[in-house]
Design a protein around this ligand. Sequence first.
Ligand code: ATP
Length: 513
Amino acid sequence: MTNQDDQFKKVISHAKEYGYVFQSSEIYDGLSAVYDYAQNGAELKKNIRDYWWKAMVQMHDNIVGIDAAIFMHPTTWKASGHVDAFNDPLIDNKDSKKRYRADVLIEDYCAKIEAKIDKEVDKAAKRFGDSFDKAQYLATNTRVVEYQEKINTTLSRMAKSLEKEDLADVKALIEELEIADPLTGSKNWTDVKQFNLMFGTKLGASAENAMDLYLRPETAQGIFVNFLNVQKTGRMKIPFGIAQTGKAFRNEIVARQFIFRMREFEQMEMQFFIKPGTQKEWFEHWKETRMKWHLSLGMGTDNYRFHDHEKLAHYADAATDIEFKFPFGFKELEGIHSRTDFDLKQHEEFSGKKLQYFDHEDNASYTPYVLETSIGLDRMFLAVFSNSLVEEELDNNTTRTVLKLPAVLAPVKAAILPLVKKDGLPEIAKQIVDDLKWDFNVDYDEKDAVGRRYRRQDANGTPFCITVDHDTLEDNTVTIRHRDSMEQERVKIEDLRHIIKQAVDVKTWLMKM
Ligand code: ATP
């Protein structure tokens, strides 16, 4: 097992042990790629959603939020292109009978070469010390240049073949690269086929009258069909945005990466309507703004990168992903797409209704262009959770497991602990809980020695432990312990709210953007 696998396994078991994520219907052996958020997970997920909503909706005068239904008129999905083109290329291994996404097999192959480049860079950095110039090394070291060329030619050939729907060439590429089934090593592959990812269902009681519906595979279309309603009732002037968060459903071919790829998941999307011709500037603007949002959480600049798309979706004239370094390598976390007027035009055509904007300044009507930012809430959860989980060596040669969640996102902000279960200490601790819970999600914990309680709260990601002891009875002070530094200070009970607020307030964090 590699280090990466090991770390990922730890993330999954920690998420279960500490009440963050459970497999759906576990007592029936679970349902593949469907997960439930538990008591702490639901709070963390809500905090991430709120952090996004604050930044994207409430802090922008020209962006509003909606909550469209999951069910939509079936013609929506004809207009959007999903009925005809929302496919992934699948390939089966004849020996193992396992199914894979052909494009993902090829991307993983390239990721392995990239890991080799990283290794070479690390080695060289050690060898050259302070004088090491990474950019120069990447551009001139023959082996590294060859690796990079191999990645580039492979990905661009794949992009071209997928674009042309030349699935035979995608298979040929897999065979030429000698890609084997990652589970069994077999290279005995079927042809590559297209597979539609939408889930179908029926609306209506009687079989004859029932209408075929789809569970939405993205939230974006709920925004496009409401474009005029929102624009008119909100008296919105271009440029303006409509945002929403909500469930989306995809019958994913391979779903073996915990909450990274689920069949039921949640998206946080914003469609920004602009004047045609201004899309380049807005694309840059939203790339930068969204990256700043990520960086405001302080999870390390090195863990993010942009990846511009080689293969553009049928609706896009530019697209980039913000990739994050998950335990299994850099993968897409968020997409930023310049969607042109494709969606609104399609809905105009299929509905027969005009979806245009009258620009008073220009005294003319036009179909707006759209810039989309689209992030998976569950993927963001995994990014935050996996990045935060660390094993720390302590001075006394012991280790502690600590979940260093950004305090603004932590499910429980503070745990209040009476040092002992007597002498009136629990009563004071409970009073503090009752007072703080108006402002924060807090916990009361009186079981076990205080050191063990600290460890439990560290592993749970709680930024503060507040201990009530005998001195509290004398002078109304308590000990506040900081999760990351483990430092302890003596503070007045009446100052607690202010101290915690400073550390966990959305404003404090978003001001860093
Ligand atoms: P991928 O290439 O990983 O399948 P995508 O390019 O199809 O993703 P988009 O259609 O751009 O994804 O969706 C926007 C965002 O929604 C993605 O960046 C991702 O964070 C999230 N997302 C997409 N599919 C899933 C899924 N099956 N499970 C969890 N999150 C998802």
